[in-house]
Write a protein that binds this ligand. Structure first.
Ligand SMILES: Nc1ncnc2c1ncn2[C@@H]1O[C@H](COP(=O)(O)OP(=O)(O)OP(=O)(O)O)[C@@H](O)[C@H]1O
Ligand SMILES: O=P(O)(O)OC[C@H]1O[C@H](OP(=O)(O)OP(=O)(O)O)[C@H](O)[C@@H]1O
Ligand SMILES: O=C(O)c1cccnc1
Length: 498
């Protein structure tokens, strides 16, 4: 038996420190800061995305529970340090000197973290996390925080869209086998549940996260018996009160008739067939025909489950076609976020404590496109709402500067688009999670975050929730922040004569 971790890629991963889940450049920059004596200079980064995924009008924020867990365990283990000590540059000199590795050994997480709660609906440019602390530390966190928040937010958003399309129907996530690895599968099951699905086929997600586990059976079950009907009988014998028969192995409507024969015998023994599953063919036509056959035979409560490369658009179309489907089983397109496999969240430096400690020096990353130019400041997201709690507009403002009495928000990409703020009802979305490295928030349970996501999505205007060309929810910079940003861009951008 080999104890070589190369041959045990999973067990070695989760039994060790996860502090090296980062890009090498975070560590080389950290060394550089340390060498310059800049490691403790206070800095602020924001984590945000620039466009909601799937050409949609919103995203469902997720990933904070993972991020919190990772931050709480951030420590370089003896094994991590041995590995870093072994790294060599191109002239075969050690990449990191021993004094720096000793510094990393003693490093403890001491940052302030403010974050938007999981399940909150969020929009482009809004910091989902704000990290303030020693420059070396805040830089070091970038990769892991992006990895965790980007994926969870992406899948939670996909699930919310699928929930939107399915209405009150049951939605089950069946994606593990098509996921990007075990970790992708497990993380997707969690985020999908947070975003609104009702259950998963992923048993480990049931154990770890308390997500209800559900399922039917595969074609192989039917193929293992001489006759399809025998297969249904045998499944019913094993699960007399929890059977859903997959009816499309040979001929779907023939399969439904056989399911009905077995259901009659089950009923004679005091049991009801739970459902049938359709996994191929025209799901609108077949579900209508199957419903009619079941109803005629006296099984109006037997559910019809459908699967086969479904997503929110197909669900919408099938419903428009009058499909009679009670439960949607969704795999590949949910857990891989098939039509947009990554959320482009970024992590940008927004402020540095002045060298003489006399206040903040704000920073900006300039881009050819204004949409990609970062936003300086120590930002908060304020959501203005109607009396009924419907979001009206979000304002990003710099908490380190005084707010004017009359507030106006300015579109960060088109400064001619402005809105005065009249509403007085608002909530501040970024909430304290860590103070000087100590966890100060009690994180909600997954169930609570899921309930929040459903409330939040439901509170959005349908024009923002729709899939096709959704209305853009107004998110603006508080006017003085916008002016400051424009001046900073002008100061930093070289003004080349024509
Ligand atoms: N009524 C419908 N309208 C639009 N799309 C549908 C409809 N019914 C099924 N689909 C979708 O069409 C796609 C192709 O399904 P179809 O069963 O024809 O092919 P398949 O998956 O290759 O079948 P099989 O599993 O038998 O090989 C699937 O994504 C399915 O969900
Ligand atoms: O289509 P998805 O949205 O990805 O949902 C998961 C798919 O996984 C199964 O198919 P598979 O062919 O793997 O096995 P089966 O024999 O059970 O159909 C199932 O029947 C679904 O079609
Ligand atoms: O239980 C099911 O029906 C199931 C589980 C995983 C993938 N496809 C279907």
């Amino acid at each position: 038996m080999s104890s070589n971790p190369e041959n045990a890629p999973l067990s070695s991963l989760y039994s060790s420190s996860l502090s090296l889940v980062t890009d090498l450049y975070q560590l080389t920059m950290s060394y550089g800061y340390w060498k310059q004596g800049l490691q403790d200079r206070e800095a602020v980064f924001h984590l945000y995305f620039r466009r909601p995924p799937f050409n949609g009008g919103y995203a469902v924020c997720a990933g904070l529970a993972y991020a919190t867990d990772w931050l709480q365990n951030l420590r370089f283990s003896a094994e991590d340090l041995r590995y870093l000590a072994s790294l060599r540059g191109s002239k075969n000199v050690p990449l990191f000197p021993q004094e720096f590795l000793d510094y990393l050994r003693d490093l403890r997480f001491t940052c302030d973290v403010d974050a938007i709660a999981e399940g909150t609906v969020v929009f482009a440019n809004e910091p989902l996390m704000r990290i303030k602390g020693p420059l070396l530390q805040v830089q070091l966190l970038e990769t892991a925080l992006l990895t965790l928040v980007n994926f969870q937010t992406l899948i939670a958003t996909k699930a919310a869209r699928i929930r939107e399309a399915a209405g009150d129907d049951q939605v089950l996530e069946f994606g593990l086998r098509r996921a990007q690895g075990f970790d992708g599968g497990l993380g997707a099951s969690r985020a999908a549940y947070l975003g609104g699905v009702d259950g998963t086929s992923n048993v480990l997600a049931g154990l770890r996260f308390g997500i209800p586990v559900r399922g039917t059976h595969a074609h192989s079950w039917v193929m293992s018996f001489e006759q399809e009907e025998q297969a249904f009988e045998a499944y019913a014998a094993a699960f007399p009160d929890d059977s859903v028969f997959l009816v499309d192995t040979y001929d779907t409507l023939e399969g439904v008739r056989r399911a009905i024969s077995v259901a009659r015998r089950m009923r004679a023994n005091g049991h009801e067939l739970g459902g049938i599953r359709l996994d191929s063919g025209d799901l609108a036509y077949l579900s209508r025909e199957a419903r009619a056959l079941l109803n005629e035979a006296g099984f109006p409560n037997t559910r019809i489950v459908a699967s086969n490369d479904l997503d929110e658009n197909l669900i919408t179309s099938l419903k428009q076609q009058g499909a009679q489907i009670d439960t949607w089983g969704i795999g590949t397109k949910l857990v891989t976020a098939y039509d947009q496999p990554a959320l482009g969240g970024v992590y940008k430096l927004a402020a540095l404590r002045k060298a003489d400690d006399s206040g903040w020096e704000y920073t900006v990353k300039i881009s050819e496109q204004l949409a990609k130019t970062s936003i300086p400041g120590i930002l908060q997201v304020r959501r203005y709402e109607t009396e009924k709690g419907q979001p009206r507009a979000d304002m990003l403002y710099n908490t380190a500067e005084p707010l004017p009495a009359d507030l106006t928000i300015v579109d960060p990409v088109d400064p001619t688009r402005r809105r005065p703020i009249r509403s007085t009802q608002f909530r501040e979305l970024l909430e304290p999670v860590f103070r000087q490295g100590k966890l100060v928030a009690e994180l909600p349970t997954l169930q609570e975050s899921r309930a929040k996501a459903q409330r939040e999505v439901a509170s959005l205007d349908p024009s923002i929730r729709r899939f096709l060309n959704p209305h853009v929810y107004p998110v603006g910079l508080e006017e003085s922040l916008n002016t400051f940003r424009t001046n900073l861009i002008l100061e930093k951008r070289p003004q080349r004569p024509a």
